[in-house]
Design a protein around this ligand. Structure first.
Ligand SMILES: NC(=O)c1ccc[n+]([C@@H]2O[C@H](COP(=O)([O-])OP(=O)(O)OC[C@H]3O[C@@H](n4cnc5c(N)ncnc54)[C@H](OP(=O)(O)O)[C@@H]3O)[C@@H](O)[C@H]2O)c1
Length: 330
């Protein structure tokens, strides 16, 4: 695909979105950032980008945003919310507003890439990495809302070339969600949840961005869904060991019973509710981290997009820790 095209990124000021904006600029795209008037632009302020204001909850606010846009990357969404309704409003109805606005106003759009989530598929039931043909069985409201977003957007696949990306847990500079685990390792612990060993796929944010852009540029990706992740599936124990090693810390095992995970989540959720805030850790997150197997198979992205992850957990952690330390987050 020729460069100097104009790409619009929703959620451009967020963790994934801001890295995507940088990745697109590095590849000579012109970038239009769709942000809200209230959005914090700290990760974008040094970049040469254009801004448009829009809220995906309000279709009318999207009017005019897609003029002269060649590619759309829909990364706006809620990964934490106060209720199931809030997840669905942003991740499902927000996606409907977005795709309808693209269809009504984006006459030049050649590709719409939707950043969904592994949560839309849900965990595997045995130690077999899931591929894109696996039936979707989300276990959280977040996962259900992302799956509904996929269904809504793919209903328009005959009118617009659409591609869906499902990342697993993403880590890297600027991320605040995985930071908690880095802090635990920095205190010298490696947590496991429940009695059994559990497993997960991860992706370093730069690998994810490379995969997203490959998918956008591939002519074969129309109507397709891809997992973009590190080649390896990690056990939590191994992941903590790697993070601890990069931090130069010996980590001791700390087994947290699942019942305690849910109790802590319940307390955190209700305490935040009293303060009128969205909890960073809630019963939905507890459901996610207590699943046994979140492994993914990325063969399809490798074969069809030429994707290959350049960052294993050790390399990605080294960059992430360096950044966290520079910023004083660790
Ligand atoms: N991080 C992960 O591990 C992960 C894994 C799989 C999939 N994903 C998906 O990747 C996407 C980005 O996630 P992230 O981790 O980068 O989250 P994030 O840092 O919280 O960013 C979310 C972005 O969405 C924007 N947004 C939310 N509601 C909006 C609305 N109504 N209108 C316009 N913009 C809105 C936010 O804008 P404000 O700043 O104004 O709120 C922010 O820019 C999400 O769709 C998520 O489901 C993330």
């Amino acid at each position: 695909m020729s460069k100097n095209l104009r790409a619009l990124v929703t959620g451009a000021n967020g963790f994934v979105g801001s890295h995507l904006v940088e990745g697109l600029l590095d590849r000579s795209y012109q970038v239009r950032c769709l942000v809200r008037k209230t959005s914090n632009l700290r990760w974008l302020s040094a970049l040469e980008v254009e801004y448009v204001h829009g809220d995906i909850d309000d279709k009318y606010s999207l009017k005019g945003c897609f003029e002269d846009v060649d590619l759309v990357f829909h990364a706006a969404g809620l990964t934490k919310a106060k209720s199931r309704e809030e997840y669905f409003r942003a991740n499902a109805e927000g996606t409907r507003n977005l795709v309808e606005a693209c269809l009504e106003e984006g006459g030049k759009i050649q590709r719409l890439v939707y950043i969904s989530s592994q949560a839309a598929v849900g965990p595997g039931s045995d130690e077999q990495p899931l591929n894109e043909t696996a039936p979707c069985r989300p276990v959280t409201d977040y996962g259900e809302s992302k799956l509904e977003g996929e269904r809504i957007i793919l209903q328009h696949a005959s009118q617009l070339p659409i591609t869906v990306i499902r990342p697993p847990a993403v880590y890297g500079p600027r991320d605040t969600d995985m930071l908690g685990f880095f802090k635990v390792a920095n205190k010298g612990f490696r947590i496991s949840f429940g009695k059994e060993e559990s497993f997960l796929s991860l992706v370093y944010v730069k690998d994810l961005i490379a995969g997203i852009i490959l998918a956008a540029e591939s002519l074969d990706s129309t109507g397709q869904t891809y997992f973009i992740a590190d080649d390896r599936v990690y056990s939590w124990r191994e992941a903590f060991k790697i993070i601890g090693k990069v931090l130069n810390k010996r980590t001791m095992p700390l087994r947290v019973p699942k019942s305690l995970v849910f109790l802590l989540a319940f307390v955190s959720e209700n305490f935040s509710k009293l303060l009128g805030k969205t909890a960073a850790f809630n019963t939905q997150k507890a459901k996610e981290i207590t699943q046994r197997y979140w492994g993914l198979d990325v063969s399809k992205a490798k074969a069809q997009l030429g994707f290959s992850s350049e960052y294993d957990l050790k390399r990605g952690t080294e960059e992430t820790v360096r950044w966290y330390k520079e910023k004083g987050w660790l």
